[in-house]
Ligand binder design. Structure first.
Ligand code: UTP
Length: 452
């Protein structure tokens, strides 16, 4: 009797869940899935390496000669004029699942600043406000979430009154999802009424910008350049006039910042050149002998690594609308909890499934006149990816303090060796603004210094 009752309940539960599952199946983009299965399961990824390539050339952050110095001065002025004319937008990709960090909530809501504990989203919002105020223009901010964190992200912003950014300058939208499959390409059920779905990678941002109407809206506002950055890097310069100016002067479709790698095997994508095009080869794919190669000056040849900071021309993004040009799918083997054929929940200990993702940097080889500008790591890159150690909250906070002290010392202010310093990005969006400011009202001898 009990068994019959339990089975009845189970059947009712399954029937109740059917519409949700049917909705998910209907919403799947089957031609995309077919392409992903073809690329990643049936053919498997052949080595993604081009036949011939060399290290990509990049512009060093410090000008190397007077010609470059002149170019940078001109580019800075040009970039600032583009910002002032409202031709730039900030764009954050915040659709990832942040599994390494394991934080319960959208990563952008993680408190990260060293004194005030401001969340990542707040630091970006304040910087956008700061740059907007300095240039007398409202810079729009587009935030890509995923169906898994859109609601929580919007709720966070609502609670914080959108950090003072007008709603007309802020847009949230969702990227697409892809189903996970087993190693033979069979779809997996996460629950009896749901497929195992996950965000389709940051490459999904190009399609999502189009499908959400963001690109059309940008065109209406006169935005020509989209400043792309990840949600996990509190040091990023959300709108960088020098970078945007260089990118536009070179008529580049997509430009990137680079970091000088700390060693041959640092886990950053490697910029390479293929003829007049640029591409990124993932650290796991760059052959060891290439990684170790040195140039005439004894430096690692493939030293330009990617911190995932780009500027994309709006009309370049629009080219992805028709589906004629597409980003390739990458195969990621992951542990995905699912139901087996009998409906039993399985929590795998080893990778058991394939997730399909596209990467935004795969747009680079399609871009005309790509430009790479080196970044100073301490100035612009210290992401929060892991719970501890490298690229953790602790290391990122230490770097935020280091940069704040460096800005103060460069401006001629002495601060204690072990002082903790935090700079409000709205008051001082970059070093130049701090250097020009009168800091007389602050006690710079204190152990804790908040400038803002
Ligand atoms: P990561 O590759 O660091 O992935 O994303 P993640 O999901 O944040 O973290 P892990 O790997 O699960 O620990 C780099 C950036 O790309 C965004 C992330 O939000 C982050 O800003 N991203 C990633 C998306 O927007 N969508 C995705 O599908 C994947």
């Amino acid at each position: 009797m009990e068994v019959i009752e339990t089975n009845k309940l189970r059947m009712e539960e399954l029937a109740a869940g059917r519409p949700r599952l049917a909705g998910q199946v209907d919403a799947l983009d089957w031609s995309e899935l077919e392409a992903a299965l073809e690329e990643c399961i049936f053919k498997k990824e052949e080595s993604g390496l081009p036949e011939t390539y060399g290290p990509a050339e990049y512009l060093t952050i410090e000008p190397e000669d007077s010609g470059q110095e002149k170019l940078y001065a001109q580019a800075l002025e040009h970039g600032e004029s583009l910002v002032r004319a409202g031709k730039t937008a900030a764009f954050t990709v915040a659709g990832g699942q942040g599994t390494r960090l394991g934080y319960d909530g959208p990563k952008g809501t993680l408190p990260v600043s060293p004194i005030k504990g401001k969340p990542l989203f707040q630091l970006f919002a304040e910087q956008i406000l700061g740059v907007s105020e300095k240039h007398g223009v409202a810079i729009p901010w587009y935030v890509m979430c995923s169906p898994l964190n859109l609601e929580a992200t919007v709720a966070h912003f609502e609670e914080k009154k959108f950090y003072g950014l007008g709603m007309e300058n802020l847009k949230f939208f969702s990227q697409g999802v892809m189903p996970a499959t087993d190693f033979d390409g069979n779809l997996l059920l996460a629950e009896s009424d749901s497929l195992a779905l996950s965000p389709n990678g940051h490459g999904g941002s190009l399609k999502a910008l189009i499908d959400s109407g963001s690109v059309t809206e940008m065109a209406e506002r006169g935005v020509e350049h989209v400043s792309y950055f990840q949600v996990d890097n509190p040091l990023v310069s959300v709108i960088n006039p020098l970078f945007i100016g260089l990118h536009d002067l070179q008529s580049s479709d997509m430009s990137s910042r680079s970091l000088t790698k700390t060693g041959p095997f640092e886990k950053l994508g490697n910029f390479v050149s293929i003829g007049d095009r640029v591409a990124i080869i993932e650290y796991s794919d760059l052959p060891e002998e290439k990684a170790l190669e040195k140039d005439g000056k004894g430096r690692i040849k493939y030293r330009a690594g990617s911190p995932a900071i780009h500027v994309l021309r709006r009309d370049f993004i629009e080219q992805f609308a028709s589906g004629e040009i597409k980003l390739p799918y990458h195969r990621a083997e992951k542990k995905v909890a699912h139901l087996d054929e009998k409906g039993e929940a399985i929590t795998p200990q080893e990778p058991n499934a394939v997730k399909f993702e596209t990467f935004v940097f795969d747009a680079l080889p399609l871009a005309r006149n790509p430009l790479i500008l080196e970044a100073d790591r301490l100035e612009e890159f210290s992401p929060v990816k892991n719970r501890t150690g490298v690229d953790s909250l602790e290391s990122s906070q230490a770097d935020q303090v280091k940069r704040a002290k460096r800005w103060l010392r460069n401006a001629g202010h002495a601060v204690k060796e072990d002082a903790i310093v935090e700079i409000c990005p709205q008051a001082f969006p970059n070093e130049r603004h701090l250097a020009q400011a009168d800091l007389g009202e602050y006690d710079l001898d204190a152990d804790l210094i908040y400038l803002g």
